[in-house]
Design a protein around this ligand. Sequence first.
Ligand SMILES: Cc1cc2nc3c(=O)[nH]c(=O)nc-3n(C[C@H](O)[C@H](O)[C@H](O)COP(=O)(O)OP(=O)(O)OC[C@H]3O[C@@H](n4cnc5c(N)ncnc54)[C@H](O)[C@@H]3O)c2cc1C
Length: 285
Amino acid sequence: MKLPFVLARRFVAGESLDTALPVVDELLGDGLYVTLDLLGEHVTNRARAEAFTQQYIGLVQRLARNRRGRDANISIKLSMIGQVIDHDFCVANLRRLLKVARETHTFVRLDMEGSDLTQSTLDVFEDVYPDYRDHVGVVLQAYLHRTEEDVKRMCDLQARVRLCKGAYSEPAHLAHQDMEAIREHFRRYMQMLLLHGRYPGIATHDDELINATKAFTTEAAIDANDFEFQMLYGLRAETQRAIVAEGYNMRVYVPYGTEWVPYFARRLRERKENVGFLVKNLFRK
Ligand SMILES: Cc1cc2nc3c(=O)[nH]c(=O)nc-3n(C[C@H](O)[C@H](O)[C@H](O)COP(=O)(O)OP(=O)(O)OC[C@H]3O[C@@H](n4cnc5c(N)ncnc54)[C@H](O)[C@@H]3O)c2cc1C
């Protein structure tokens, strides 16, 4: 059964790039930065993985033409371009995309998916990173027990990291389950990345962590232009703008595309009040 898009429109900018670009323009006009995400995951067919790679390339080119010099980049899922098919195939697809990203002076963030893909995501990243240091970055999830070592490694490489809590259901032997423990680790990695990493993205809607980041950067005299906050489209829009008004960088993650159901389900699982917005949207004319 195909669910109607009206369900998701609070969190997803549109089912096509044409409907998503006006949203991007509005956000850029309000002084926010943007990262565009073409929705989809777990592609097991080579032709489809190549088609998605081509779509990403088209997206980077279109963004470069449209963004009028302002800061818009893209986020991708490696599982859409061959990660679950073959390592070398995925690396080759990513290299095709990064070549265009370099030519158009943009940046590609490799989203992090479930723990079954963590190591292979970092392996693919390390394969391409030496050739594209300014054009590719990763995501690390504070809930995984392994993340401290990954944070250290990315600091050693001076790779750009987005830090988030983690959005997938993971077992206790791999990930912290308790929110306070996740926050504690997030704070620790945030500090490590700010002190020793390169332009980290602090991705959270959690006031405790946002305030901890502001306090830490003030105390450690870290310039507001040496990092950015990141939030998802459709969540805390006023807070996003308030943070920009305070002088910080804020990047909004803007998903679009027809394959929005898994992304949408993760947002609903995270917060009960998102279900309330869903019900309102459903009945709005
Ligand atoms: C830009 C971005 C990129 C991401 N990329 C990835 C990725 O690649 N891989 C991955 O696994 N996960 C990713 N995530 C998701 C992330 O891992 C979390 O699942 C998600 O952000 C929820 O955690 P949180 O810290 O934002 O707040 P939550 O844990 O959902 O909420 C904690 C507290 O924050 C406050 N809060 C949260 N939302 C609101 C709201 N709407 N209004 C008011 N207060 C609120 C409340 O006080 C709440 O109790 C990304 C998140 C962002 C923002």
